[in-house]
Design a protein. Sequence first.
Length: 213
Amino acid sequence: MVQQLNQAKTKSFRLAPLFKFGYQVPRNHSDCVAIDMKNYNTKWQEAEALDMKQLAKYDTFDDLGKGCRPPEGYKRINVHFVYDVKHDGCHKARLVAGGHLTDVPIESVYSGVVSLRSLRIVIFLAELNGLEVHAADVGNAYLEARTKEKVYIVCGPGLGKLEGQRLIIAKAIYGLRTSGLRWHERFADTLRDLGFVPSKADPDVWLRRTGDK
């Protein structure tokens, strides 16, 4: 009886409408269209289209066309949109790969992240030496890196004009098991090209001599 109640509760939670900052957030593409129709706008569909435009800009996929066989050794996986609303009411949609359908890699896919302690030390040293501190964000960061995973998708209705196309995933999109590592490698290579070297104390703090600093 308890198990049945828990299953009913879980099902109810998964099917219940999800809201954030007063906006209903879709769970899938069908929800996306239905919510837009209910609100007499196309905000969620525009968010999907914007993300697809970004994916195209970064040459994320290699298009094989309809019905073409993928190269030998490539595995078919699924993709889906994840939706969110920012604090300013901006509607966001991001295409995410079903990485759980891929084989577990033999290599380590650990991707380092700078520690809060290191960040505090860097800011403290900048203050001591009269240096300016700047912060920046890399948009669509993972799409800057190429993936080594051999996977492809067959596009569904949520991907617009690409529906029915077979696409090889060429870039390290969100959801793939190794995307974090591929992005970390790409960013590290870029920093080295700019003359930076990793700190011995924390490999995710990078240094470059400028003048007497």
